[in-house]
Design a protein. Structure first.
Length: 163
């Protein structure tokens, strides 16, 4: 029996489409979420597709052929999916959203206590923690010496999740 498993394939920069083409050539089931993007230049407008999740392609690989995903030096690393049922449900949801025609955007997943950095505005460079995931604009900036913190309302687009 051929055993397969899903991988989250983290590609090298700007290699998502090439990696997806490799997966197609190998006849491996895969998914690269693409969205339409429009760029306005001085005298023209260009439309093109770009990855919804830059740097990531999802692929179902036969165990004995895993080495084939590394053949063109397009991959930085491959992460094995541990909860396949949950992954497939979420992948189906992503496919439905992309196909729906509704406007959407990718947002970092904010959870209570998540370490974030402010990447825009007058507080640029400060780091803190998300206070309430239902209101992710609230970031607590620590004042450790006083064992207190300041809760600051920061627009979501000015936050970046730190690992």
């Amino acid at each position: 029996m051929n055993e397969h498993y899903w991988l989250v394939c983290h590609t090298k920069p700007r290699c998502e489409k090439k990696f997806a083409a490799l997966m197609a050539a190998e006849k491996f089931e895969h998914y690269l979420a693409l969205v339409m993007s429009v760029r306005h230049y001085a005298q023209q407008t260009k439309k093109f597709t770009k990855p919804l999740f830059p740097g990531y392609v999802f692929a179902k690989i036969p165990v004995e052929q895993k080495s084939r995903i590394y053949q063109q030096d397009l991959l930085a690393r491959a992460i094995t999916v541990t909860d396949e049922a949950k992954f497939l449900r979420q992948l189906g949801e992503v496919k439905a959203i992309v196909a729906s025609g509704f406007e959407f955007s990718v947002m970092p997943l904010f959870t209570k206590g998540r370490h974030v950095k402010i990447i825009g505005g007058p507080l640029y460079g400060l780091e803190g923690f998300v206070d309430d995931p239902r209101n992710p604009q609230g970031v607590v900036i620590s004042v450790d010496v006083l064992q207190q913190g300041l809760l600051v309302k920061v627009p979501v687009e000015h936050l970046r999740v730190l690992d």
